[in-house]
Design a protein around this ligand. Structure first.
Ligand code: ADP
Length: 473
């Protein structure tokens, strides 16, 4: 059951069980109303909650009572009367009248809302109009009482007819009814609003915890998948090395001469074995990168040498496909802080893709120039941007004039096993692992990789690697 602002259930609040006067009306509005009624009738007026708490008090000090309170026995008697007035049951119609030791009267009227008693008002003390002198009993109250002074002060005390005070009570009840009605309505509205907010919050919390459980489970499954891939890849590599080794020995006639056809078959076994080995190496790399167990051996590296090395390695492949391969390294580049073998792997992968997805007579170019790390770098959770100082960097660009990558696919191609699903891509074969390894290796160098359009066709992979080693802390 929804619970409202006061800790009670919504049903309790809407049905009005245990309503409290102080909850329903604004204290200031109550004070203003009692003051205005006092100004009109000049009879003291107090409003109490059902448990006797004074909520509003519109009365000016009465000199008679001030004087009597200075006398010990009189003070005790007045105190007793006040206690009785606060606890007497006023009934429900118009209230009851209770006399004071001074001869003045109190009218006590119940405050009800929706047939429920929620407080009381006390009108008085007032001296009835027809009473000129105090009762004799007042003079007997305290041996030190000064009779003349008492009579004088009695005459100055508030006077009113009993009918007038009865009317005053009725008038006040009607005004209170109006205030209570609107107060109750706004209390209900705000409590219901609060209860519904609490309910939505609880539902959100529920959903959140379910999402967290699902996320934890997925993470665990992902970890199991990575472990499985790593184990299987490792176990596959050993027999594969033998297959490649033995087929190489066969091709080299170490087991006797082969016919041309036999040689061709064995050569195919070797080539496919080699392809499989590359895939397994990729899986092992990815596994290590995902689990964070790949250690990068970083040093200051010479950029022109790195680019020249990649071009030299890829030149035969480009030539075979009739793709022009050029490079351009800006003079005077600073050294970069990185793992030579792994950065070479990054550039080789991008160049291999560039050649693979470029038709004959196309062009692939690798360039390196001075650049800067973007001031903002998306964090791991994605979306949130962490601001960091601008850092000098070297920007590598691998451009091709090939089929290009549609804008909507540019993020996804970095996912493991993802390939742009077009027949032209599929024709080229491949595993879809290369770019995910590239991105992780670039991340490991505090760098960034992005894809741009090449004009008029093709794509450009831009890799930015900071020049300085990252300072710790
Ligand atoms: P693979 O090349 O083995 O399929 P990658 O992870 O290297 O795996 O690439 C993923 C996909 O990204 C490729 O299958 C291809 O669809 C697309 N792609 C990568 N490089 C290029 C490029 N230079 N031009 C066009 N598409 C590319």
């Amino acid at each position: 059951m929804p619970v409202g602002a006061t800790g009670r259930s919504l049903d309790e609040l809407t049905l009005g069980h245990d309503m409290r006067l102080e909850e329903l009306v604004d204290r200031e509005a109550l004070a203003e109303m009692t003051r205005s009624v006092y100004d009109l009738f000049k009879v003291p007026l107090r409003i109490f909650s059902s448990d006797g708490k004074l909520l509003a008090d519109a009365a000016e000090p009465i000199a008679l009572y001030g004087y009597l309170n200075t006398l010990r026995s009189a003070r005790v008697a007045l105190h007793d009367i006040a206690g009785i007035v606060k606890s007497l049951d006023p009934g429900s119609e118009g209230g009851i009248v209770h006399p004071c030791v001074t001869g003045a009267l109190y009218r006590i009227v119940a405050i009800e809302y929706d047939s429920r008693r929620i407080g009381r008002m006390v009108l008085g003390p007032f001296v009835p109009d027809n009473m000129q002198t105090p009762p004799r009993s007042l003079f007997d109250l305290d041996p030190e009482i000064e009779i003349e002074r008492t009579i004088q002060l009695f005459a100055e005390a508030p006077h009113a007819s009993e009918e007038r005070v009865l009317y005053m009570g009725q008038h006040l009840s009607r005004m209170l009814d109006l205030i209570l009605f609107s107060g109750h309505r706004s209390l209900l509205t705000s409590n219901m609003h609060l209860a519904s907010v609490r309910e939505s919050f609880r539902e959100l919390e529920d959903k959140n915890s379910k999402l967290q459980q699902a996320y934890d489970r997925l993470k665990e499954l992902d970890r199991l998948k990575s472990n499985f891939l790593a184990t299987v890849s490792h176990e596959l590599r050993t027999p594969l090395t033998s297959i490649i080794g033995y087929s190489e020995m066969l091709v080299e006639n170490l087991a006797g001469d082969l016919t041309d056809e036999q040689r061709e078959f064995v050569q195919t076994i070797r080539d496919k074995g080699e392809q499989l080995l590359q895939l397994i190496k990729g899986l092992l790399d990815l596994g290590k990168l995902e689990s964070g167990t790949m250690s990068l051996r970083k040093n200051y590296l010479d950029v022109p040498r790195l680019v020249r090395d990649v071009v030299a390695t890829m030149a035969p492949t480009a030539r075979k496909k009739d793709v022009e391969l050029v490079h351009d390294v800006e003079a005077g580049l600073p050294q970069i802080w990185g793992d030579a073998e792994r950065l070479r792997q990054v550039l080789l992968n991008l160049t291999e893709n560039a050649i693979k997805f470029t038709p004959a007579r196309g062009k692939v170019s690798i360039s390196a120039a001075l650049g800067a790390m973007d001031a903002a770098k998306p964090d791991d959770a994605g979306g949130i941007v962490i601001l960091s100082a601008r850092r000098t960097a070297v920007e590598f660009r691998v451009s091709d004039t090939g089929i290009g990558i549609p804008q909507g696919e540019r993020d996804r191609v970095f996912d493991a096993f993802y390939q742009v699903d077009s027949s032209s891509t599929r024709e080229q074969g491949g595993t879809g692992l290369g770019l995910s390894i590239v991105r992780r290796l670039v991340d490991g160098h505090d760098g960034l990789v992005r894809i741009e359009d090449n004009e008029p066709s093709g794509s450009v992979f831009v890799v930015t690697i900071p020049v300085k080693r990252a300072t710790l802390g």
